[in-house]
Design a protein around this ligand. Structure first.
Ligand code: URA
Length: 216
C-alpha cells in the first residue's frame, strides 16, 4: 500500500494485479463487458485490502479432526454504499467478499457546475455500530464523494466508521474530500495527474458510468 505525504488518509493500492487491471480499464478499446468484469475484479482485490483490519474474535470450531478456537469476523454486519450509478459496478464484488453485508444506496448526479445533486438515499434501519464502505469509482472534484459521506454523518455515523473506496482520484478531488472529511480513510488504485476543464480525470478512464453500462 502506497501513501502520499499530502494526504495522510489516502491509501493507494499499488498491488501489481490492481495496477495491471486498471491499465486495461484505462484503454479506450476495452469493451463494456471487459470493463465491467475488470472493475469487479478490482473491487474484490481492493476490498481485500480495505477490510484488512476488520476485527475478528476466536470462536469454537469442531473440525473433522479436533476442536479448536478459530478467528471469525465479529461485530455488526458492515454496510456497502454504492453511489449511483457508477458505484454499482463495485458493490457486487464487495458482496461476494461479505455476503451478509447490508447495502445502502445514495443517488447523486452532477449539475452544470459539476456539483452533486442528491436524488435518492436508502439506508438500512440500524446504522449504529456498523462500518460503512462507500464506493464510487472516480473521485474527480471530490464533492460527490464528500456529499455521500455527509449523508452518513448527518445520520450519526462517525467518520471513523466510514471508508471510501474508489478506483481513480484526481489530486484536486482528494484535497477537497480530505479537507471536508479528514477523519475518513480513502482507498484508491491510482492518484492521477489532474482534472481537465470538464472535470474529467486526466489520464483517468473516461466516464466510468458510461463505460460500465454501455451508455453515452
Ligand atoms: N466521473 C467519471 O466517470 N470520470 C471522470 O473522469 C470524472 C468523473
Amino acid at each position: 500500500m502506497k501513501t502520499d505525504p499530502r494526504f495522510p488518509r489516502l491509501h493507494i493500492v499499488d498491488h501489481p494485479l490492481v495496477q495491471h487491471k486498471l491499465s486495461l480499464m484505462r484503454d479506450k478499446r476495452t469493451s463494456t463487458r471487459d470493463f465491467r468484469e475488470l472493475l469487479s475484479e478490482l473491487a474484490l482485490l481492493m476490498g481485500y485490502e480495505l477490510t484488512r483490519d476488520f476485527p475478528v474474535a476466536l470462536e469454537e470450531v469442531e473440525t473433522p479432526v479436533a476442536h479448536c478456537w478459530s478467528p471469525m469476523l465479529t461485530g455488526k454486519k458492515c454496510v456497502i454504499v454504492p453511489v449511483l450509478r457508477a458505484g454499482l459496478g463495485m458493490s457486487d464484488a464487495l458482496l461476494t467478499l461479505m455476503p451478509s453485508a447490508r447495502v445502502g444506496h445514495i443517488g447523486l448526479y452532477r449539475d452544470e457546475n459539476h456539483r452533486p445533486v442528491e436524488y435518492l438515499v436508502k439506508l438500512p434501519a440500524q446504522l449504529e455500530g456498523r462500518t460503512f464502505i462507500v464506493v464510487d469509482p472516480m473521485v474527480a472534484t471530490g464533492y460527490s464523494g464528500a456529499h455521500a459521506v455527509d449523508v452518513l454523518k448527518k445520520r450519526g455515523v462517525p467518520g471513523e466508521s466510514i471508508r471510501f473506496m474508489a478506483l481513480v482520484a484526481a489530486p484536486e478531488g482528494v484535497e477537497v474530500f480530505s479537507k471536508l472529511h479528514p477523519d475518513v480513510d480513502l482507498y484508491v488504485a491510482s492518484l492521477d495527474e489532474r482534472l481537465n476543464e470538464n472535470a474529467y480525470i486526466v489520464p483517468g478512464l473516461g466516464d466510468a458510468g458510461d463505460r460500465i453500462f454501455g451508455t453515452k
